[in-house]
Design a protein around this ligand. Sequence first.
Ligand code: SF4
Length: 484
Amino acid sequence: MKEFNDVEKVIDETVQGAATMIAQEEGKNQNGKKLYLESYGCQMNFSDSEIVASILSENGFTTTRDSSSADVILMNTCSIRENAEQRVRNKLSQYQKRKKEKPSLVIGILGCMAERLKKDLLEQEKLVDLVAGPDAYRDLPKLIQEVESGQKAVNVLLSREETYADISPVRLGKGGIAAFISIMRGCDNMCSFCVVPFTRGRERSRDPKSIVQEAQELFDQGYREVTLLGQNVDSYKWNITKKGEIIDPSEPVVNFAQLMEMVAQVNPLLRIRFSTSHPKDMTDDVLHTMAKYENLCKYIHLPVQSGNTDVLKRMNRGYSREWYMNRIEAIKRIMPDCAISTDIIAGFCGETEEEHQDTLSLMKEVGYEFAYMFYYSERPKTLAERKFEDDIPLETKKRRLTEIQAVQAELSHAANSKMLGEKCTILVEGTSKRSDDEVFGRNSQNVVVIVPKNNLKPGDYADVIITDCTTATLRGELIQTEEA
Ligand code: SF4
């Protein structure tokens, strides 16, 4: 699943603001308790924090931006790499003083780290009172009460049904233009390096009607973009078992391509993105459906992880370099203007220099617009930890990662340079960080474009011509504006 470090900050700020606002407006019967909620890691965690904020505001909690005035502090955590967990432990230690000043303060750990470590976390981190896994958020009000009655509280039960489909998330994203919609939870793939199947459980898809309804509600609230979220959206399927048995004959069977079409038909002014795809499951149907609707954005995040088939085998990714390139060829054939990004792991167990070179050559062959690149971080209890030795020296991992990043910087710049003089339509999201006289938005290919403000405002679509570029962003001039 896509993850970026700067997300933490953004979530941190918005979670507090938005949830507080909601509670006061609806005049919910407050229990006078203040919640401070911060999140780490991927978009799915961000989306889960919106569920948590909703469940607790339903139970009378108001949220605060200021952790020092909080009665309850919840950290929604990530376990994808060792340093992600270390970041949480470091932040926890900052609450030591606060806990001394206010012994009744409740500190809770949510998310993947909670699920991975379970009650051991209470041993390891004495400050922690509450541990709740990704499928236990409905239980939070009761768990907080248990702590307030003097006990430690843990719920790390994983579910085969839970999708929180009936809970309307408290929207925490900035600007009120783009929002996440979680379409499924869990992952049945067992990539050997990954903790997600252990921390988020088995795959289960959400009722398509509730997804379409959420998209419609967001559009009616002024949102103009939704991102459909799942660990592996291509294996979304409703009303049919893994063995192909129809669950309820009175209901339609819905796969990912069909779900996308249903959401695309909500309104042509609502843009749709999705994350994350899986090369072994991505069908031509999905690609043809994307090509059919202008509001299905022409951008696919297709993690490759390695460019060498033997490494992919050790990673248990379920496809070869040839299969992956076949998917890339299909994307370029069906949607020539589709942008592609990926995830890459450098220095996986046993990776030879030749195998590393295969990753560099594949990157150049695909010509990625963007990539998330990390070196291998061994995770406890994963297949790789049990079967392989983490035998690539750290400096070799770092050197290979640097080479991968250098290739990607060239590819990103080349891709953006190709846009010079091109026309595209952006969805304005807000004022540029650098100048109040400029706004930023993204084109269908998910590239940020900065243009002069004119009288543009968030939610407007604007046709622009690209006049300049860097590795990460594009600059343009307005051709015409359309009121949303
Ligand atoms: S597809 Fe693989 S890498 Fe992605 S969440 Fe599932 S197990 Fe992890």
